[in-house]
Each structure stands twice: as C-alpha cells, then as structure tokens.
Design a protein around this ligand. Structure first.
Ligand SMILES: NC(=O)c1ccc[n+]([C@@H]2O[C@H](COP(=O)([O-])OP(=O)(O)OC[C@H]3O[C@@H](n4cnc5c(N)ncnc54)[C@H](OP(=O)(O)O)[C@@H]3O)[C@@H](O)[C@H]2O)c1
Length: 330
C-alpha cells in the first residue's frame, strides 16, 4: 500500500484526501516510480473542481501529471528505462488514467524523461512542463524567430516565466504582462525586456508604443475571457494570438469584426500537442536540456509543501500570489 492523494467528489481543495492505495504492478508500456517530488499544475485545480477541459470520468479519482522520482519496476514492452534510474514524468496523459500525487505511482513510459545530471528532484518536478509548454507554443506551433516580439500574459506563472526565458534564448524580445506592480521587478530580473502592469496600463497601447506602432508578432495568453479583444489589438498584422490557458474563467469573444477583421491568427494549444508526439517530444526535450546545460533555463520554484499539505498547496495556487512553480515533496 502507498499513500496516494484521491478525491471522492469534485469540489474545493478540502476534497483531497491522503489514502492508502495499492499502486499495483506496471502493465505493458508502464513503469512504477518512487515519487520524490510533484509539480502542481493549474490543470489539477481545474480538474479537481470539475472545470477542466476534460471531465472527471470516475470517482474516486487520482491527480497529478508531473513528478520526479526513481524507477522501481518496469513493465513489459518498455525500452530505454530500467529500475534505479532517476526520471521525470511530464504531462502526456489523462488524469482519468494516471495520477502522480502519491508516494509510488504507475506512469506510462511515453511520459518519462531521464533526469539530467545536476537536476535535483524538486527541479526535476518543476522544470519540464513550463518549458515544454512554452517551447511547443513558441517554436513548434508558433514558429517564433529571433527579432520577434513576444508578449506573455500571466507572466509570473511557471509557464509565463519559462516563456520569458525561452524567448530570450531564441533572440526574441519578451514583454511580460502582469496584473499588479508587486511582481514587476522580479519579472525584469527574470529577463523581461519590458513589463506591462495590466491593472494600471492599456496593454495594447503600450505594446504598440514599444514596437513603433507595428504590434507584437506573438501574444501568448493564459487568461482568455473578455481581455483577448485588447490583446488582439496588440498583435502585428499577420501575427499570432495563442491561448494556452483560461485563468479568467469567463467566455472568450472572437476578436474579429469589431477590430476590422485584422490579419490575426488565433490559436488554442495544449502541451499534449508536443508530449503525445514522439518526434516533437524529442526535439522539445533536447531544447529544454540544452537550455538547462547552458544555465539559461532553471526551475523558478515559489513554494514547496509536504504531501500531507496537498490541499494547502492547491489553496496557494488558487490565491494567485505565487511567482513560479508550486512543488510538493514526498
Ligand atoms: N496549454 C497547456 O498545455 C498548458 C500547460 C500548462 C499550463 N497551462 C496554463 O497556463 C497557465 C499558467 O499555469 P501555471 O501552472 O504555470 O501557473 P499558475 O500558477 O496557475 O498561474 C498563476 C498566475 O496566473 C495569473 N492569473 C491568475 N488568475 C488570473 C486572472 N483571473 N486574470 C489574469 N491573470 C490571472 C497570475 O499572474 P499575474 O499575477 O502575473 O497576473 C497568477 O500568478 C494556466 O492557465 C494553465 O492552465 C497551459
């Protein structure tokens, strides 16, 4: 038996319970890992509360798609991994099928990456999802190049910070958007060329000013909702507004007619476009590993909670006070 976080009903953080569950033996294409650290994701808060892009299909349900640990057992038909190896699990599967919030958990081998030398468990649980998400959106899907301007909304989120680092590494210009002035200085320290405080400034006006009236080639938005109309005004002709989250929780208008039908590419995206495609995944992992080796990429960890305080970790995420990644250690 192993301590596992489960919930028996959808709801607030209080529905999360630590229970003794038999993780079982890994089946074909699976491994069992001894979990050392877990990366907490917004998607888990949404799934737990029944607001995710995928419904909870059965109860009780597990949770968690990102972790670092050591392989304990390997099932049949697994190549390239063996017991004793330090690995990271990245989001590549449904919460309805696997859950990493546990002391020991079954994971599909297709979601594993070898943990590079020098990457500890906390970083190993915190570093992949943000950079894989940002790289996939910016490079694989977006085609961003040196000299482009990339506006990043919800910039203090773990994905936002990875997007700032990724743009910088590619020679693009990252412009961070955050709601409050409190996080401004830290965003500059993380490499933002400019920071726009959306509670105080008109985002589109500022972007147009910063780009000599051209607009940004890319706007990456984790907020969605009514604010996309303003963000769309910040996009250069032929540029892209890519939505990778929906923090606002509000319906999102299509910013077309009222803006004069601009030459705007509007795209939604999830990291599964990368992590469920072995070829894209290989390129993305190589890009992130190279950034880690060069010291350009690192886990920006906001707070670490013990597994017993998983509900507290979710409450902290929902406070939106964080700067970077929330991690749980086992
Ligand atoms: N598409 C994908 O595959 C994918 C993968 C991973 C994550 N995501 C999405 O990316 C986003 C960030 O995820 P995360 O886990 O890195 O970070 P997170 O910790 O959930 O992000 C929190 C930040 O989002 C901003 N925010 C929260 N609520 C907001 C609201 N109502 N209006 C405006 N901004 C708000 C705040 O930034 P400021 O204080 O700076 O404003 C806050 O610090 C989430 O929306 C998540 O669902 C998408």
């Amino acid at each position: 038996m192993t301590r596992t976080v489960r919930f028996h009903e959808v709801g607030g953080p209080e529905v999360l319970r630590l229970e003794d569950v038999d993780p079982g033996e890994p089946g074909p294409g699976e491994v069992r890992i001894r979990v050392e650290a877990i990366g907490v994701n917004r998607a888990e808060v949404l799934f737990r509360s029944g607001r995710y892009i995928e419904p909870v299909r059965r109860l009780p349900s597990g949770l968690g798609s990102e972790a670092a640990g050591v392989i304990e057992a390997v099932g049949p038909e697994v190549a390239g991994f063996e017991a004793g190896q330090a690995v990271s699990v990245v989001p590549a599967f449904s919460y309805n099928d696997y859950g990493m919030y546990a002391e020991r958990a079954i994971a599909p081998a297709s979601a594993l990456l070898h943990r590079p030398d020098g990457v500890d468990a906390i970083s190993g649980a915190a570093v992949w999802m943000p950079y894989l998400t940002a790289y996939g959106a910016m490079v694989e899907v977006g085609g961003m190049r040196a000299g482009d301007v990339a506006v990043v909304n919800a910039a203090s989120s773990s994905v936002g910070l990875a997007a700032i680092h990724t743009a910088g590494r590619l020679g693009a210009t990252p412009v961070a958007v955050t709601r409050t002035r409190a996080k401004r200085l830290r965003l500059v320290e993380e490499g933002a060329a400019e920071v726009i405080v959306s509670d105080e400034e008109d985002v589109a006006e500022r972007v147009l000013e910063l780009t000599g009236g051209r607009g940004a080639e890319y706007v990456f938005d984790a907020v969605a909702g009514p604010g996309v109309t303003e963000l769309a005004r910040a996009v250069a002709a032929g540029g892209t507004l890519l939505l990778w989250g929906a923090q606002s929780g509000l319906p999102t208008p299509y910013p077309g007619f009222e803006l004069g039908m601009p030459a705007l590419n509007l795209r939604t995206y999830t990291v599964h476009e990368i992590t469920r495609d072995p070829v894209r995944m290989r390129r993305a992992a190589a890009f992130v590993a190279s950034g880690l080796r060069a010291g350009a990429f690192r886990a920006v960890v906001d707070r670490v909670f013990p597994l017993e305080e998983i509900a507290e970790a979710h409450r902290h995420m929902e406070s939106n006070a964080q700067f970077g990644k929330i991690v749980v250690t086992v």
